[in-house]
Design a protein around this ligand. Structure first.
Ligand code: AR6
Length: 163
């Protein structure tokens, strides 16, 4: 699998699937989650309600339509909320492993990823990058392209420096 980094907005990525940094309730929020629901439109929330009536566990992943976005699917993951005491790193690596497994179920061959947990949830950005890259590199998958989408120049430089 090829791993690349671009600077930009994940909602604009024209790949098979985009990954959302959601929360357990799966009913929208701020950050990437807010941007994805805004860009995808109400079909994304409708699918969340229908397919995930009880939400998702931390570290897990599940898919919905991408609605009006160029991608076909959103793969929602729930990263650990470090600010709420969820410091177990395996919950963060699980997000990337589970996202690839869901992509394989869907037949998605290209997937865009944000830096899960590195915003509101307070995971240190350098370790969030390491956790993402080591898991993407170490997980067997049929996904051919994993694109890290860096929100801003400093995130881009951090990811590019570790690729
Ligand atoms: N495209 C790509 N990356 C982005 C975008 C975007 N449009 N917007 C923000 N980022 P966060 P979390 C970066 O807070 O830490 C929400 O309220 C951002 O700079 O979106 O997992 C959810 O509903 C950061 O590096 O996700 C949850 O309640 C990274 O994406 C909670 O926040 C992740 O930041 C999840 O927190």
């Amino acid at each position: 699998m090829e791993i690349e980094v671009v600077e930009g907005d994940i909602t604009a990525q024209d790949l098979d699937a985009v990954v959302n940094a959601a929360n357990r309730a799966m009913r929208g929020g701020g950050g990437v989650d807010g941007a994805i629901h805004a860009a995808g439109g109400p079909a994304v929330l409708a699918d969340c309600l229908r397919r995930f009536p009880d939400g998702l566990a931390t570290g897990d992943a599940g898919w919905t339509t991408a609605g009006l976005m160029p991608a076909r699917w959103v793969i929602h993951v729930v990263g650990p909320n470090r600010k709420a005491g969820e410091t177990d790193r395996s919950l963060l690596t699980s997000c990337y492993r589970r996202a690839l497994a869901v992509a394989d179920e869907l037949g998605a061959r290209s997937v865009a990823f944000p830096l899960v947990s590195a915003g509101v949830y307070g995971w240190p950005k350098d370790d969030a990058v390491d956790a993402a890259l080591e898991t993407l590199r170490g997980t067997p998958t049929d996904v051919e392209l994993a694109r890290m989408v860096a929100f801003g120049r400093s995130a881009y430089d951090l990811i590019a420096g570790r690729l």
